[in-house]
Design a binder for this molecule. Sequence first.
Ligand code: C2E
Ligand code: CA
Ligand code: CA
Ligand code: CA
Length: 279
Amino acid sequence: VSLFIALSLLAAWGWLAYRHNKVNSIEYQIQVGLRQHEFEPELQPIVDMETGQWVGAEMLARWRRAGRTVAYPDEFIPAAEASRRIKTLTRVLTERVFKSLDGGTLPDDFYISINLSPNHVDERTESAIVALAEQYPAFNTNNIRFEITEHGLQETGRRRFQDVVSRLKQQGFLFGLDDFGTGQSGLEYFSNLSPDFLKIDRRFVNAIDSPESIDFQLLKTIVQLAQSLNLIIIAEGVETEQERDWLQQQGIRFAQGWYYEKALPLPIFRQRLKDASMQ
Ligand code: C2E
Ligand code: CA
Ligand code: CA
Ligand code: CA
């Protein structure tokens, strides 16, 4: 009998420990957060440096929980990717952006740039993307772009990834490489994706202030490569006038960074876009 009691206690303890871990795990909290609508998109403008006009915006995830400070992607995107919640998260955020901007007057060709984790590019994601573009009249294929990092693409998923991307590209959606040159995204991706645009990571843009650095040499090489392939270049993390000037001297036209604008909450972004269109 005492053995039975001991075993029962052990089982109960095991179950409690399991519950405890589950409830405290970030994956579980993300699931709850999604149910309670705690995730919000912010939009950071992408600017034409020649005119100062907004040509598009990148969608960035934020997690607002009652009684806590806002959480940034580094704290939850890796877990969301590992648990496949990233799919739901991306869909929920995209719908909020489209819904909010659909009624207003979007400038022609204005685009929303969405981060896609390559491991979650499958047929279901593909049909979700096509369905969203059909559902919101203001959003057509030219108003939606995708930023891909190599991060997390498993060998087994490569073929499927290429198939889905090439079908979406045929329909007119643009795909680009994010964080190019950082090791999250490298040369081999060129053949997998044949990108339409390339986002230069802010690490390299930062190096414009230190012309002696290796990163600055790499920056020049990356710019050359992108230009020889006729890719659209978007410089990320532009913070200073000096950086802007150098980029423009290289013939780069598009930039994103705090020098222009931080990521803005959706209602503010929408208002600013409206104000700009009435000028
Ligand atoms: P990213 O795609 O490279 O996004 C740009 C990051 O740089 C954003 O950080 C943005 O706020 C920040 N940034 C923009 N301009 C400047 C600047 O001038 N200076 C500095 N120091 N930083 C700047 P954030 O929002 O923390 O996002 C971090 C990363 O999380 C993103 O990097 C992206 O890879 C990932 N991420 C964000 N939202 C999503 C999402 O919805 N889905 C997926 N799969 N990934 C996401
Ligand atoms: Ca990005
Ligand atoms: Ca990036
Ligand atoms: Ca800098």
